[in-house]
Design a protein around this ligand. Sequence first.
Ligand code: ZN
Length: 160
Amino acid sequence: MFRIGIGNDTHRLVDGRQLILGGLRIEFERGAEGHSDGDALTHALIDAILGALCEGDIGLHFPDSDSQWKDANSMQLLARVVWLARERGFVIGNIDATVMLERPKLRDHIEAMRENLAKTLSIDNGCVSVKAKTGEGLDAVGRGEAVRAHAVVLLKQISS
Ligand SMILES: [Zn+2]
């Protein structure tokens, strides 16, 4: 049996913050504002997995009113959600994600992001797709004010 889930996330880009995507720190003069580390790609993926499980969303599981999650490493949050899926009898089949960011170009970082995510998801790199697009100079992404990510995930029931 299969389950499908979708997630998306947006963070404002501001001075004095690090830019982290898929658990990878990317050199840039600005970073993502947010209660946790602001990793929009990983947050979109967490929402996709929770959605596939019909388990609400990231804000329900890791509320920003809880100081426990302040500056949290989002890869650790992802690991907890993967564990939750396993508890419900599911493993990750594959994921497909798109990061939207005007600058910097992400092309050279895609492989490292895929590797990071695959490790935390306990699946093959070949089951983790990360794509990058710009906002073509339009909207908040295009003006360089935000980073946005979309993710789709397929869960597979663990055969017993
Ligand atoms: Zn987020």
